[in-house]
Every structure is written in C-alpha cells, then in structure tokens.
Design a protein around this ligand. Structure first.
Ligand SMILES: Cc1cc2nc3c(=O)[nH]c(=O)nc-3n(C[C@H](O)[C@H](O)[C@H](O)COP(=O)(O)OP(=O)(O)OC[C@H]3O[C@@H](n4cnc5c(N)ncnc54)[C@H](O)[C@@H]3O)c2cc1C
Length: 424
C-alpha cells in the first residue's frame, strides 16, 4: 500500500471523470433503456453519466423532489450551514442531461421480465436496471426504537426532516443537559460521522450551552479516525465529550421514549436530547428484489457493480457490500461512474476496463479544524481492495487544518455539481 500525498487528493474527482469516456452506442431498434432507482448520490451520478452518452434512454425514479445531502448535515446541526444550502433539485439532470425523472417509488422488480413496478402503478421495462436506494434501518434491534420513536429521538441519518427535528431539540435544550448519541455497529453509512456530529455539537454547546455534555454510547470498541477525534476533543472541548465503548456498557438494548432514556446491558442513561443511530442494512427495495444476502447488504461484481444474485441488475452506493470501500457519498459517486461505464460497455459490446475507485472524505472537528483521507481501490479476487491511502495525522499545524476545512467547502460545491448536474 502506498501513501497518498496531500496534492494527489485534489486530483481524485477530475481523475474519476476522465476515466469515463463516452462510448458511441449503436442499436438497431432504438435506444437502450436504463432505469435507475433512487435519485440520491449513487443513482443521480449513474443517471447523469449515462444520460450524457445521449444514445441511452435513462429514466430515474425517486419519490422526493429534492435531495438533502447527509454530508455537511452535521454543520447544519451546529448552526454553521442552512439546510437550504444542502438541498438539491433533480431538474438539472432532466434539463441538462436528458434524463426522464419520475417522482415515485419502485415497489417491485421482475428480473425475468426486466420490468420495475412503481407505487403509482406504472410499469417500466429496461435493458439494464440500476438500484441505488441507500440505507434502511434495522428498527427491531433496539427495543422500543421504531419509526414512531424516531420522531422523538431522531436518528438524523437520512438528512431532511430528521435533521431539522434534531436541530430544534438541540436549540431548545437547557444549558447543562446531556446530549446522548447512540452510535451504531459496523457496517454503517459514513463511519466517522457520529463522531464528527459529537465534535460539531460540542462546538455549538461551547458557545451557547457551555455547561452541557455529550455522551456517546457506542456499539463498538473502536471507531474510524479515533486518534484524530480524541486529540481534537481534548484540545477544543475538554471535559465535554465522553465516549463509552461497548466493552464498558455492553449492547444498547432499549430506549424509553417517554423517559428519554437509553438502556444498555448494565445501566440506564437519561438524555435531554437523544440521537439514536440504529444498525443499518440495504435500502428496502434491495431486499424485496432478492438483491441482498444474509448480511442484509447487496453483493456485487466489483468491476461492473452487477448483482451477483440477479443478473442484469446493478447496485451502487451504501446498499452494496463494498469490500474495503466505506459507505460514503464519494464512494457511491465513484462506484456509479464505474457502473455507468460498465453498462455502456455491455450495451455496445465495447471493451471493459477495470475501474479505478476512489474515496475521499473531509471531516470537521471544529469550523476551522478538519481532517481528510483519500483512498484508491482496485477490484482484486472478486472484492474491492485498498491500494493507496492518505490520512491526516495528529499533530498537524493549525494552518494545515484550517486549509483542509477550507478545501472541504470547495469539495462540497464541486462534488454536488458533479452529482446533480451543472459540473463540467
Ligand atoms: C451525518 C452524515 C455525514 C456524512 N458525511 C459524509 C461526508 O463527509 N463525505 C461522504 O462522502 N459521505 C458522507 N456521508 C455518507 C453519504 O451521505 C452516503 O454515503 C451517500 O448519501 C450514499 O449514497 P446512496 O446513493 O447510496 O444513498 P442516498 O444518497 O441516501 O440515496 C438513496 C436514494 O434512493 C431513494 N430511494 C430509496 N428507496 C427507493 C425506492 N424504492 N424507489 C425509488 N427511490 C428510492 C431515496 O429516496 C434516496 O433519495 C454522511 C452521512 C451522514 C449520515
């Protein structure tokens, strides 16, 4: 494994774009049809890149008119960004990239008949189908925590109304209260994000509710970026954040919504505000369509992202078993480009090249203190393996961290333009 230099990180988005040269598709009986389920990060990217090939007829199915990005939603919780600035319409994909958008949900897939049924009754036929439904929650695993309980103890792990609810609760919390974050077991969407959330909420508390505390009840014994977070917590928020790993507290067993408490194997923790992030699995349509295995996630071919369980159906984004690739927006976007290229190759019979897959994340510890990582992956022996890695280090200067925070803002604009249209 080779280390990345800091300068190489900036080239990742551009490099990924260059990897996708649009092939010319010639078909005797009209344009090939690709249906994409899910207009989040993975689905919007596949649709955009296939749409740009002009010779493919792309239909994107998504129930929501806008997408609120989970990335940077922790900044919103701390009052550092508005939700409007994290919200994107899909109209640029329709206008600029020739995609037909249908505002509906897929409720059934017929792999043999190559058709998708929508909640509204429409049936769509396809030559290739891409499924990118993100995550669903394993609601049964914490007793008392279901969709109704999430309206009182939000997860805020799908951005939008849940994020607004959690922000309202944090704002109205009395100074001196305890904010409890129940962090989920692996694997889950965005491994550093629960701890970024603790950092940014601590930043908010430090200014407006300095007697308040944050308690992280973790289903794990270690977490992504742990050294960097714990270093930052002692520098920026001494005594404010306490992390209790599973070896101390055991499993998170139950919640009591009325008492606002979280019950572990040995103890009950009272919260002024509770953020329960449940265990996760692939978006529900994945399970319904027979795309998931016993893990609850979708196994795929790491070159084409075609399901290993249902031929002709591709899966990208958080729903897949991604080998070394974490469940992140950058990963979803990178997989989506590789998938679009593979679909185009299969529809034209043109040569398929092994993809280069990337992930790069910026994580905020405070508004002017962020760390980053950048990883490159290749498919090897049927799975996705890391080949190069850069990660920020403890002890970097304040100036390096300030620059990283600044780059994160630029990355956000370039990345969302690439996903939702408007990028070059
Ligand atoms: C707090 C937080 C911070 C994060 N920070 C970062 C970060 O800094 N960097 C980073 O790279 N990643 C980050 N992430 C992770 C990132 O948001 C996800 O990995 C990414 O959104 C995954 O993309 P996806 O396409 O798989 O799912 P999504 O973006 O969730 O899209 C799924 C879409 O599918 C739709 N859908 C579901 N079922 C159906 C159906 N049956 N029919 C039609 N449509 C359907 C949904 O409505 C949704 O729009 C963060 C996540 C969280 C929670």
């Amino acid at each position: 494994m080779t280390d990345w230099t800091r300068r190489q990180i900036g080239g990742l988005i551009g490099g990924a774009l260059l990897a996708l040269a649009a092939p010319h598709i010639v078909r005797g009986q009209g344009r090939a049809k690709v249906v994409v389920i899910g207009g989040g990060i993975g689905g919007a990217t596949v649709a955009r890149y296939l749409g740009d090939m002009k010779s493919i007829d792309v239909t994107l199915v998504e129930p929501n008119s806008t997408h609120v990005t989970c990335f940077s939603s922790n900044l919103y919780l701390a009052g550092l960004r508005s939700l409007a600035s994290l919200t994107f319409g899909l109209e640029m994909l329709a206008e600029g990239h020739g995609i037909t958008i249908i505002r509906d949900s897929a409720v059934a897939i017929d792999p043999a008949g190559r058709a998708v049924e929508l909640r509204g009754g429409t049936k769509l036929s396809y030559d290739r189908l891409v499924v990118a439904p993100g995550i669903a929650f394993k609601f049964g695993e914490i007793e008392g925590y279901d969709e109704a309980a999430a309206k009182i103890m939000p997860h805020a792990w799908i951005a939008g109304p849940q994020s607004e609810l959690l922000r309202r609760q944090l704002k109205s919390m009395d100074d001196g209260g305890v904010f409890v974050i129940a962090a989920p077991p692996n694997p889950f969407r965005c491994p550093p994000a629960p701890y970024e959330r603790a950092s940014l909420v601590a930043y908010y508390f430090k200014q407006f509710k300095p007697k308040s505390k944050i308690l992280i009840l973790d289903a794990k014994d270690k977490f992504s970026g742990q050294e960097l977070f714990q270093d930052a917590w002692s520098r920026h928020y001494p005594g404010m954040i306490e992390w209790l790993p599973s070896q101390f507290i055991g499993a998170i067993k139950a919640v009591d919504v009325a008492a606002r408490s979280v019950v572990t194997e040995g103890e009950t923790f009272r919260a002024a505000v509770a953020n329960i992030i449940p265990a996760q699995k692939a978006g529900l349509i994945g399970e319904k369509a027979g795309l998931t295995d016993a893990s609850g996630w979708c196994p795929v071919d790491p070159v084409t992202f075609e399901s290993t369980l249902q031929p002709g159906i591709h899966v990208v984004g958080d729903s897949i078993i991604g080998g070394d690739m974490p469940k992140s927006a950058f990963s979803a976007n990178s997989q989506a480009k590789a998938c679009a290229f593979a679909i185009a190759a299969s529809l034209t019979g043109s040569r398929q090249f092994p993809p280069h897959l990337f992930n790069s994340c910026y994580t905020f510890l405070a508004p002017h203190d962020a760390f980053t990582n950048a990883l490159t992956f290749v498919p090897e022996g049927g799975r996705i393996k890391t080949v190069r890695m850069f990660i920020s280090k403890v002890g970097e200067s304040a100036e390096v961290r300030r620059r990283t925070a600044h780059h994160a803002v630029g990355w956000y604009s370039a990345f969302t333009a690439d996903v939702f249209g408007g990028g070059s």
